[in-house]
Write a protein that binds this ligand. Sequence first.
Ligand code: ARG
Length: 412
Amino acid sequence: MAEKVILAYSGGLDTSVAIKWIEERYGMEVVTLTADVGNERDVETVQQRALSTGAKKALIVDAKDLFVKYFIFPALQADALYEGQYPLATALSRPLIAKLLADAAAEEGATAVAHGCTGKGNDQVRIDVGMMSLAPHLKIIAPAREWGMTREETMEYAAKHNIPVPTTVRSPYSTDENLWGRSIECGILEDPWAEPPEEIYAWTRSAKEAPDAARYVEITFDQGVPVGLDGERLDGVTLIRRLHGIAGEHGVGRVDHVENRLVGIKSREVYEAPAATVLLKAHLALQALVLSKEQQRFKERVAQAYADLIYNGLWFSSYHQDLAAYVQSSQRHVSGEVRVRLHKGTATVVGRKSPKSLYDYSLATYDKGDLFDQSASIGFIHIWGLPLKIQAKTQLLQQPEGPLGITGSKQP
Ligand code: ARG
């Protein structure tokens, strides 16, 4: 009996060709697995295409709730934003796909898994490393990394084998989308000087086309997790989708970034992430109200490490578990509401409140009711500035180069 392989199947050209190619090259029986992570497509058509291309079985998994609960919201609680720009939509879906592949392989008695990633990107690393942690006994096949065919040759292969080619193949862009965002690469975008043409955007209006009137949204958080929009309690998937529509309409969430890939290349990436952009900003604003200064400072460092580990495919690691434990602990008072104004491509936090707020009006105010003891500042500053006073006297005031030893940049 032929060995079985579970192929992560998107319905696109490469994974369709991969069904036939694996059969030919490896003589294996292909079972496809399509994970619905909110990438609005007709899963039945995708399933049909897999079967008519030669798959023995075509599995469809609705993974939207899992994706939100175990990947998107934990990343939001961590404020994960790669290089301060990319909300990690594609990156977050990869470990989930690895997990679904491992589960399907166990259920179907497969000896291998396969995916359509090329050898140049981050996605191959994320899926392969995910498999290495979850099911190290499985063989990994990555046809697009192995076959050495150009795009043209792949299309010829498809034509020769009567593989139905999806209509999107004619586009010069490579895109990936899910609930948290949309990634766009290739074509004219490979010139980092070229402005992204309007045609690449599918989820956001341009600021110019966005309504003149601002729209306000109110987001309710419970321990760092968004649970309500404009006063209505919503499940995660519905909340993200609804906010996505509203923010996209106002042109919010476009990102144009030259990014450092794990495999060592810089790559120009454009993203659309309307809901993620608003939620990440709102979450930070609420944290600013309820976390102490030290908690905030340390959390910023954790956020960067967390974003890097997601980007670099280390989701199923003890390192992640350790950071996640810190993040969870940090969220216990991050409950409350944030008001955001959406207008012409901008999302601006304009209000925040929480029962656990550390903001104390009687200390902050310059009006009546001020309880801050200004006389106490004198002693505080005396001690705080003491080391500088000593240093100035013994070192800085002694230096010949310039006033207080501060040498400016040399002028030509
Ligand atoms: N640069 C982004 C990342 O590494 C987006 C990748 C898009 N992937 C794709 N298969 N089109 O996460």
